[in-house]
Write a protein that binds this ligand. Sequence first.
Ligand SMILES: Cc1cc2nc3c(=O)[nH]c(=O)nc-3n(C[C@H](O)[C@H](O)[C@H](O)COP(=O)(O)OP(=O)(O)OC[C@H]3O[C@@H](n4cnc5c(N)ncnc54)[C@H](O)[C@@H]3O)c2cc1C
Length: 895
Amino acid sequence: MPDAMVAARASDKAHGTQQVDVAVVGAGFAGLYLLHRLSKAGLTAVALDEAGDVGGTWYWNRYPGARCDIQTIDYSYTFDPELDQAWTWSEKYATQPEILRYLGFVADRYDLRRDIRFKTKVTEARWDDAAERWQLTTNNGAPVSCRHYIMATGCLSAPKPPEIDGVKDFEGKVYFTGRWPHDGVNLAGKRVAVIGTGSSAIQSIPLIAEQAAHLTVFQRTPNFALPAGNGPAPEDRKTFFESDRAAYREQARQSMTGVPYPQQTVVSWQLSDTERRERFERAWAAGDLVHILTQLWADQGVDFDGNALIGELIREKIGAAVKDPETAAALMPHDHPFGAKRPCLDTNYYATYNRPNVTLVNLRQEPIKAITAGGITTGKRHVDVDVIVFATGFDAMTGAIRAVHPITGRGGKSLTDVWAQGPQTYLGLTVEGFPNFFMITGPGSPSVLSNMAVSIEQHVDWVVDRLAALRDAGFTTIEPTETAQTGWGRHMADCSMVTLHRLANTWYTGANVPGKVQGLMPYTGGVGPYRSICDEVTSRGMLGFKLTGPEIAAQCNDGEVVRLQPDVRLVLNLLASLNLPPIESMGAQGACAFVNEFNKGRPAGRPIGEIADGTLPGTDGPLPYRVYKPAAPGPHPVVVYFHGGGWVLGDEQSDEPFCRDMVRRTGMMFVSVGYRHAPEHRFPTAAEDGYAATRWIAEHATELGGKPGPVLVAGWSAGGNIAAVTCQLARDRGGPAIAGQLLVCPVTDCSFDRPSYNDNATGYFLTRSLMYWFWDLYCSPADRTDPRVSPLRGKVAGLPPAFVVTCEFDPLRDEGIAYAEAMAAEGVPVEQLKAGGHFHSSFAMVDVVITGAPGRVQMAQALRRFAGLPPEVSLGDEHSHGHASPGHRIAAAAS
Ligand SMILES: Cc1cc2nc3c(=O)[nH]c(=O)nc-3n(C[C@H](O)[C@H](O)[C@H](O)COP(=O)(O)OP(=O)(O)OC[C@H]3O[C@@H](n4cnc5c(N)ncnc54)[C@H](O)[C@@H]3O)c2cc1C
């Protein structure tokens, strides 16, 4: 019998079991929208919720001051433009009662309550492989049998129990912000303790302080908070929204956070102190988390130094708001980058500490020893209280999922066991070994790092669309493959290397729950990119999923959906969206002009000591060069650098961001050579110019401000080719002495047969056909085996030590590896960096491809080693703080 024919809410009388196509656990934002979509898709469904009504988060969190912290204009359903029109929010940040009313309004409008069983907790779930159905046990009423089991149980719905001894001995009243009594609490005249200073505490403390006789706040970890500036929705946002609601919503869906703000392009060090302060003051006044988290400067979320500037400015604000310097100091966060832990929005939070009836206890200095019958004892004092409010947060992301125990998948595997080392998912939506099982905003989805209304709608749409499509095609089970899930884990890890989230111990990482396995749980790659990845899974034939059905051949399109580094993917998508004509179709002059124009739009590179231009005598006349010097006094070792561009494009300035970056990291001087180009100057001009320039630079190192003695050579792409050839010529022609060579994605051979030429023939900017064009312009077929253009064909013994960089998605990958291996086989000391997920331009795109930075650190370390310098390199970004950052050392956060 087709599932759709099984009536909703119908009970199988014989077994007393409710039979449905889909069981949904939770009736919050996610559960409600699921019911609506499932019913429209013709799938029978029931939602079960422990709560007494709809609302989820907004049903449970009724503490004083509870509000959303994403502007309500954005924190709303968007699936139905008529619903959008039918509801008007009264404030910029609506209160809990208003949001709860809204969700009730939605439930009524779409007649959803009839399919919800309230006060019903799902306690166990078991996959029945023979029946291909899930069997759910509940604590109230009939168990449920369903084809598909969707957990819409919420990321922040399992309150964390207090970890302090003696709570049960306390004779006063105990409340939890996440389970606040529905009829309110009268705190007038009471001595109140609030434990925790996360978002709920920061919202409630000012209001509790107004009522209580005395309020003592026990803080383990201070949080960054900024004034909400609540009131009517701001005019600029309202105007933007009203001008074109559909476009506004679409922009939100494609954005990084689920709120329509543009991507910033200016980085912190391009702005003056005054400009940075102006931007900060604007953001502070805007009272908007997404604004301050994304609109200050482009590197605020990815670069430690760019981020540290904000922490300083906020600490200044705290100092100005709080009169007592000791209290102010205790309220200032120092242990995590701004935004690496969710910042809070407040109304009078810091000023509340100026009230005579409020005391802050810094648990870092005096930890709680016990809760007694009459109050709380710390290492330094005893505080008598009548009421304790625990605002200690949630067992986030996985707490509610794991609370259903066991969830038993295929072969009797329990989800708790499968996740013993941390959650593993595909897309944050599914788990291998658990067929027909879905999570909404599960670990591995953007969830808590986004406007969750937007993420929830995207997850629900994707899941329900898939269920409907599977049913229509005759499939009855869907399950991700191991390859896909492992790939998603790797992609999650790649993404987490881009942002600073990994540098803080927070509830995002599970650090607030004792004994919880730690790891960054939400997807940090952004809402828009995540959406496009989910769409790609579908468009590539349900990539990474196994589908089966009784009367249809099983389908398994195995694979990983994202193999590129996340920022490389963004860059390539952007380039693809520009629909540029192939470079080789522009002609040499047109291509040069295009590259010059293209380069104007990129970040120029950070300041260094000095940049100077000159000319040197080449074999047939002067050659231009550009010198990049470190800020520290010289003389510095000299690196002769050759730019990329296929022997056709570029000049001594065209790799400027790379040169600047390497100068900063190595503390060495780079001399970039303007060698002559094809088609005017064909083989072997570039090679001979390179060699002649190296010789001249080595001989004139002192005049240039460099250190006399052996030079180093470096180059990218065709420049890597010239660097490699220069080393061979220097060996064979009696000098100059070269201490080491850095070859970044070098051309080393004229063969196009290696697999990387096919694997990466198109789609990664440097195409096979562009390489053919470069070769044709530079070198006739008869000359191509000459070692001065194919150094792999030359003698490779006796060369200077080498560091060879290759990128996974580069046609030149395999010839670079072949050259490194050939040198190593001849006894040349060789190190290789095989950069996974990168493309030909990854390392040259400084401050654009952020994930290229660690590779450049390795390159700098190699150059310093070659030059006989101590290994320290100037890292100059978040990597300098690495995993030993304070964020990794701090104890678990209070909430
Ligand atoms: C105080 C607070 C403020 C927030 N503000 C924002 C904001 O401004 N913007 C934003 O994007 N997000 C915010 N969030 C996050 C918020 O949780 C989500 O925005 C959203 O409400 C989640 O909806 P949901 O349906 O996924 O889960 P929830 O709303 O958490 O609903 C899950 C439901 O599942 C039920 N449930 C769980 N386990 C079981 C079980 N085993 N059996 C039966 N029922 C079960 C729970 O009772 C609950 O009702 C906030 C969270 C909190 C706590």
